[in-house]
Design a protein around this ligand. Structure first.
Ligand code: HEM
Ligand code: NAG
Ligand code: NAG
Length: 508
């Protein structure tokens, strides 16, 4: 921590000294600001924000100020923290009218986004370029994923399991799922079979919530270097794709399509294309790996959940495959006896039996039916959220719950403030997928891991596709138990696994 404090001190000196004064003046209107504290001069409550678990940081203040929203100062920016269902609804429904997206300095530097965009037409160009091409292409829609990933993903999964899982009696889950999601994103987004830049993507992902001080050994510096390396590689590949396309070659990966589509329509700077691709790779690699690792840990600790996934999957097969006749079927190491209405009569553990489709990736329709497995994933994302929140900028003075928030202020929209709140999730610390199953689901706006409203995450289908397929295959191949159930969860704003989750594997 010494080092951190020292670095901060130096930044403080180099920062414009007027920020504090300015902020006081801005805050000193006649209207009522949300309660809160700007903390220390200049650095405000940045330290607390970055180094205290998000839910504690928020819960403490919500209690102290008796208000769901409160003001603070994060990295020199007067910021109002929004959390809770009402705030979630407010932000998502007023998105384009009252608020616009805003990026922290870390993210602006990693992506080379200008700090201030003055010209109005430049602003709209910038905004359009940041997400439009993705939406135009529809590549993250189920059809797109099926088209670009469908046939390859099966082979990739097969190879992954053959190399890293088959024949092993004990494995560490976290490094393996990271290797897996990296392989997928390299293939899907860049069209390269040899995964690369693994540690760079990890630094980038964790670097976003770091103090932006560029000193040897700082998380920020590592992430900055990592983003430069990633960008360089993407720029290189863009050149390759342009060459290939101009020679009339068929290249069928996502980058080639973005390049191709952009060339057909209008010129979009390569820096924008690499931003889009880097952003999507960042979102598809670490968050899915972390979700998978925690999910595998909890399934391993709970035989009831394991078995329910297996039997629900068996029932689904039965429903979707009208050719199932009454009789005996096996799935993984379980044997099912089905009656004429496809009800499971009996099930027993079967030693070594293989379900005939074991190891095959599922198509889109079948995946939609794995509702219980998805409920397990949802519960995992509730307890271990990989995107703690997003920033917005207030574009016109707004009034919310009687408080006024001046134009130009930032909003930190916490997406996790509700996740462990017993008012919305009784016994919040217990892992209970049934919260997301059946008729009584969490109330609207109480669980929004992907955000909500017009800017919500376009990668939800990709996430579902990868998570469900991976768990499906894993369960078909193995049963497992966690060797250290008490392994510590580390990380402040983003949870990670201190020891990587070791499990003992039993092959079917
Ligand atoms: C566990 C997995 C994931 C989580 C929890 C997650 C969460 C989020 C959240 C909270 C946002 C911000 C929404 C906002 O600003 O209001 C977001 C945006 C975004 N996500 Fe994801 N995401 C995940 C996976 C993915 C994947 C797999 C992709 C791509 C394949 C992806 C692509 C994007 C993009 C492009 C945006 C920016 C959208 C925009 O600003 O218009 N995400 N995600
Ligand atoms: C990486 O993805 C996560 C999850 O979607 C997001 O919260 C974070 O802001 C992204 N990081 C960067 C540097 O864009
Ligand atoms: C100006 C505006 O559109 N305000 C809306 C913001 O969101 C709340 C809650 O969804 C609405 O009631 C307001 O009308």
């Amino acid at each position: 921590m010494d080092f951190f404090m020292q670095s901060l001190l130096i930044t403080v000196i180099t920062m414009v000294a007027s920020v504090y004064v300015l902020q006081k003046r801005r805050a000193g209107g006649t209207k009522t600001l949300p309660p809160g504290s700007f903390g220390w001069p200049l650095i405000g409550e940045t330290y607390q924000f970055l180094f205290i678990k998000s839910e504690h940081f928020i819960r403490e203040r919500v209690k102290k100020y008796s208000s769901q929203i409160f003001h603070t100062n994060i990295l020199g920016e007067p910021t109002v923290v929004f959390s809770g269902p009402a705030a979630n609804k407010f932000v998502s429904t007023n998105e384009t009218k009252l608020l616009k997206v805003w990026y922290m300095k870390t993210q602006r530097r990693f992506f080379i986004i200008p700090d201030q965009i003055h010209a109005p037409n430049l602003k709209s160009k910038q905004e359009a370029a940041s997400s439009a091409p993705v939406k135009i292409l529809g590549i993250l829609k189920p059809e797109g994923i099926a088209r670009y990933m469908g046939n390859k993903v099966e082979l990739t999964m097969h190879q992954h399991f053959m190399t890293h899982w088959e024949g092993k009696t004990e494995v560490k889950v976290y490094p393996l799922v990271k290797a897996f999601t990296l392989t997928l994103v390299c293939q899907f987004f860049l069209g390269i079979d040899e995964p690369k830049l693994g540690s760079e993507f990890e630094y980038l992902y964790f670097g976003i919530y770091s103090a932006p001080v560029n000193f040897p050994g700082s998380a920020y510096r590592r992430a900055l270097k990592a983003s430069a390396a990633i960008r360089k590689e993407i720029q290189f590949l863009i050149k390759e794709k342009i060459d290939a396309l101009s020679k009339g070659k068929i290249v069928d990966d996502l980058l080639a399509h973005v390049v191709g589509a952009e060339q057909g329509r209008k010129y979009v700077p390569r820096i924008e294309i690499s931003n889009i691709i880097m952003g999507m790779m960042n979102s598809s690699h670490m968050p899915i790996a972390i979700t998978l690792a925690f999910m595998i840990k909890h399934i391993g600790q709970r035989p009831d959940i394991y078995q329910k996934i297996v039997s629900v999957a068996a029932l689904r097969y039965c429903e979707i495959s009208y050719w199932f006749k009454p009789g005996e079927y096996s799935l993984g190491s379980w044997i099912f006896f089905l009656d004429s209405e496809c009800k499971i009569l009996k099930q027993k553990h079967a030693g070594i039996t293989k379900f005939k489709r074991s190891g095959a990736a599922l198509d889109w329709d079948s995946l939609q039916k794995l509702k219980y497995t998805w409920a397990v994933a949802q519960e995992t994302m509730r307890l271990y959220p990989t995107a703690p929140g997003v920033f917005r900028e207030v574009i016109t003075d707004i009034t919310y719950e009687g408080f006024s928030i001046p134009k130009g202020w930032k909003i930190f929209w916490s997406l996790v403030g509700t996740n462990r709140d017993p008012n919305y999730f009784p016994e919040p610390e217990s892992f209970d997928p049934s919260r997301f199953e059946g008729t009584i689901l969490p109330a609207p706006y109480t669980w929004i891991p992907f955000g909500a409203g017009p800017r919500s995450c376009p990668g939800q289908d990709y996430t579902r596709f990868v998570v469900l397929n991976f768990i499906h295959i894993l369960i078909n191949k193995f049963k497992w138990e966690v060797t250290d159930p008490d392994e510590k969860v580390s990380g402040v704003l983003i949870p990670t696994l201190a020891e990587g989750v070791s499990i003992r594997l039993h092959h079917h």
